[in-house]
Design a protein around this ligand. Sequence first.
Ligand code: UDP
Length: 416
Amino acid sequence: MKIAMISEHASPLAALGGVDAGGQNVHVAALSEALAKRGHHVTVYTRRDATELPARVRVGRRLEVVHVDAGPARHVPKDELLPYMGELADGVARDWGQRPPDVVHGHFWMSGLAALDAARRPDAGYRVPVIQTFHALGTVKRRHQGAEDTSPTERRWLEPGVGRSADRIIATCSDEVFELKAMGITTGKISIAPCGVDLGFFSAEGPAAARKRRHRILSVGRLVPRKGVDLVIRALPHLRAAGFDDVELLIVGGGDSGVLHADPEVRRLLALAAELGVADQVSLQGQVSRAEMPGIFRSADAVVCAPWYEPFGIVPLEAMACGVPVVAAAVGGLRDTVVDHATGLHVPPRDPEAIASALALLLGNPDLRTELGNAGQVRARTRYSWERVAAETEKAYQLAVAEAPAGAIPMEGAAL
Ligand code: UDP
């Protein structure tokens, strides 16, 4: 197949771990590569966010990334990108010319708008089946973030519109299927394909980073409040009270170390640690390159993922692939990936005491850590290889091609 991916803010080439960069970058990069390995020709379209970027970057024999001029050629937070989606769609359609792809796959709701726009131009003479992966849903974000949600208001109606207009939706976890149904999307056109993990790279074999104390707890991810890193810091005094005081919490992610301490979220976390008297146990490493991640995972006794909500969450998969047990809030995708008392421990969301109890159980029981870590590796290998995810995604593409109507269907509520 000739496959077009659109990922408006998350370039597969971008550095990981910044505020607007994370799982989606990894997902688009790895999925595209795995599809190309299966013999498909994949072009990823992303917004040009720096002047010096070349128009096209060939990543492999059948994989390339195209930087489309859409809005200013500098970083723009994703919540401010909506006005440029028309330009993005124009650039994509221009690149297709008279040779459209077999399918176009939008990542995140705004890329879905651009995908529908490019795929269904009334005078184009073609209609390309549109597949959509939301990665995150505005309904869920609003529920948890309320007034803090900086998404544009239009997301409220445009996102469900994308869901209803796309030929097929790929949900990454079962929780998302319920959310999509609640948005009025017919279940018949929803496929499930999770995110995957690079198993050649994330594995239990290999060196582990050095640690400073007897036990190491690890938190990895963007430093935004909804990731709940403060809850892990709040768990430390409870852990100390339970007799575990030689414990360090390593926090990885956020800006690079030069600018890290200017970040208000970093200041908030450090102030909290100082207030709770655990500052000496907490270290923030800032953004870490992908190459360093496996060694860091292997250095930990447990990885804690304590988000308020999580559309999927690649970090627990990476931890499992490295043989490390995961303490996970029982929310969103973490309910599918982490199996309670099998590959990790579930805790209720926003509950530092529960995090501390789960950690105490793991830190006090090396055999349990090994057992859960081993089971995590098996689960990651058998269910979450990118090869398997690409095969499931390919099935969704085939269904979309088979089911797509021949005539042009106007995009519902187009308001670009
Ligand atoms: N990551 C990284 N370096 C960092 C912080 C994070 O490489 O300093 C990677 C992490 O290993 C994972 C991704 O960024 O692959 C985060 O994905 P996840 O789905 O957990 O969270 P998101 O940021 O998409 O909400």
